[in-house]
Write a protein that binds this ligand. Sequence first.
Ligand code: GUN
Ligand code: ZN
Length: 449
Amino acid sequence: MADLLLGQTLAFTADPFQAGPEAARHERLGAVLIEAGRIAATGPAETLRAAHPRARITDYGDGLISAGFVDAHMHYPQTGIIASWGKRLIDWLESHTFPEEMRLSDPAHAAATAALTFDLALAQGTTTLCSYATSDPVSVDAFMAEAERRGLRALAGKTCMDRNAPPGLCDTAKRAYDESAALIARWHGRGRLGYVITPRFAPTSSPEQLEALGALWAAHPDCPMQTHLSEQTDEVAWVAELFPQARDYLDVYDRFGLVGPGAVFGHAIHLTARERARLAGAGAGIAHCPTSNTFIGSGLFDLAGLRRAGIPVGLATDTGGGSSFSMLRTMAAAYEIGQLRGHTLHPAQLWWLATQAAADILGIGGHVGNLAPGREADLVVLDLASTRAIAQRAARAQDFWEALFPTIMMGDDRAVRAVWAGGRPVSAGLWQDARAQAAGHSGAKGDRT
Ligand code: GUN
Ligand code: ZN
């Protein structure tokens, strides 16, 4: 049976970085028709109600219906160590990240962490995660199985490392190739799942391993490839020491065939002019991870400059280096970093980065990321007055963007009224339970703001 969801709707007809805010289409009394797991139509509620009198109606009133959020770069194994105090990148990896990633070789811990991570993401309205797993294939299996069980579109890859990491996390060039190839055969293109070839970053891969993964990508060009690039200045200096022949950090990846369409580079903060020029012609994308970049102290990403150069950018949490599972909080951090760099992002641009642009860099932009006929029905429904602080500001709004912006800047899981994945509602108990538990643990009552 068809479902007809009523509420405000927000969709895009073009990229707002190119076409401006007019690229967004907001319908005050809108509707989304869902048939067989996909969006069949969007438009004015009156028109769709008249055309589909037998559809089952869910009326969200003033709720804002949008494409679900897409998190283009995160590390589900790090959920348990999010918000670990006091370290910068290399130190943080050694003291918090690697020990926790080792624990995910226990299939029960991997399964529990995957389930918890999807619970937390869905509670924030994020319907697609693109995750780094650990170097153990068990951790990929756990993530994919959990996504499949929930009917989610999701991507992940085994995080390959063969040096500068604890022996328990290191594979070899050959194991990286063979285990990744076996995981591609098992998971890539199965239902809504996709496999991402994943060297962690240049410092933890030998030249032989990068070469092997370049060969693997050449053999499977329909898989995306993800890695980290130029996140912190110490890391950039370390890469120059480890790869003295390379012209710069990006050139390390280029030498092994790891730069091209379908590549997704996380962070990309400290780029040279040559690297920018190379990225602009490569068809590769960048995952902008603003809460991570401030939390680990990495730097201020040049979103405006990179977009001007024609480089695709999507938004990502980078949890657990990032400090929030919320794409609203992530949009707010992107806005704040833009302000610090003298570039004011419009709410339409922020929304685009967290939905269609994130899907595009992962190669799934034709499936999810927008309210458009034919797209899979992965949706979030938001309450734009979810706290007293937000509600009192939104009540003064003169237009839609002014009503939306307080939720971008101050919203969290309390703003999420409903989530749909693959045309089915995701249990509302999920985030209500999570919220009740959080309130119980902290002793907090009522509105926290
Ligand atoms: N660089 C290499 N590995 C990681 C990681 O797990 N998180 C972040 N933020 N940067 C990295
Ligand atoms: Zn990362």
